[in-house]
Design a protein around this ligand. Structure first.
Ligand code: NI
Length: 276
């Protein structure tokens, strides 16, 4: 991404821009929010992909942060962007979490709202020339809605015969990766569970060690699957965990999961771009 002189080519009309350091594939400068518009213009001359972290703001059991899913997605997106030299969009912090609403602090977007947010996010960035959207997801509850949003986006092109640039969207759940899965199985076994997992709690503590809150917790039975609304969820899972044991979480496990995830995601990013 180091392209000296790129900014000199980006002067718009009669405006002469002062010479600034070119965009670097380094921490921070690949964040859309830390970039300038000439940075983005220069990036788009050589790339068309962007990582869009998406999470949730919802209860994560007695000792997990409410921002867990957004923090995981955002932290991994920053690491991935740095590893592969890709731009990273602002995290979509609130997801589809209606079933967590009986726990204080949880927030949700209705599926229809989240679809609108995803559509407008893609449309905004596509307007500038981005065409490969890598949604790095931290929340299982977003999957159905994200998939529907992608169909809405593709449907707009499919229902027209015009010559529109082809947008491609990938949904990638960070925990569904070969090395991440192996570490989670070997380290936590069946106590990983499916919500407020020791994996995701460990990862947030690695990313934000100042917020780590180790806690002994009674074991809970494996989650038996279904739930409907928020009251039903809380009745089935009174402390918010779903068959998980976050008392196993540590910053060191989080470091191992982070490194494994970045390795896995970098491979997947390359496959995504190669798909054309
Ligand atoms: Ni989570």
């Amino acid at each position: 991404m180091d392209k000296p002189g790129a900014l000199a080519e980006t002067a718009a009309g009669a405006i002469r821009l002062p010479r600034l350091p070119a965009l670097q594939a380094q921490k921070d400068t690949m964040l859309l929010q830390h970039a300038t518009w000439p940075d983005v213009e220069a990036y788009l001359k050589q790339a068309n992909g962007i990582i869009v972290p998406i999470g949730s703001t919802e209860q994560h059991g007695p000792n997990g942060m409410i921002g867990t899913d957004a923090l995981c997605a955002d932290g991994l997106a920053r690491g991935l962007g740095e590893a592969v030299g890709a731009m990273v969009a602002p995290v979509i912090n609130v997801g589809m979490a209606q079933h967590h609403m009986a726990f204080p602090g949880s927030m949700t977007l209705r599926p229809s709202t989240l679809i609108a947010v995803v559509r407008d996010t893609v449309a905004s960035l596509a307007r500038h020339g981005f065409s490969r959207f890598y949604f790095l997801n931290g929340h299982g509850g977003n999957v159905a809605t994200l998939t529907a949003a992608f169909s809405e986006i593709y449907g707009e092109t499919s229902l027209q015969t015009g010559q529109q640039p082809t947008v491609r969207c990938r949904l990638k759940n960070w925990w569904v990766n070969p090395n991440v899965g192996r570490i989670a199985r070997e380290t936590f076994g069946s106590r990983e569970g499916s919500h407020a997992t020791p994996s995701e709690i460990s990862l947030t503590w690695f990313l934000h060690p100042e917020a780590a809150r180790p806690m002994d917790l009674p074991q809970v039975l494996p989650a038996d699957g279904g739930f409907t609304d928020a009251a039903d969820f809380r009745r089935r899972y009174p402390d918010g965990r779903m068959g998980s044991d976050p008392s196993l979480a540590t910053i060191d496990h989080g470091r191992r999961l982070y490194e494994a995830a970045i390795t896995d995601l970098a491979e997947d990013w390359k496959r995504f771009l190669a798909e054309g």
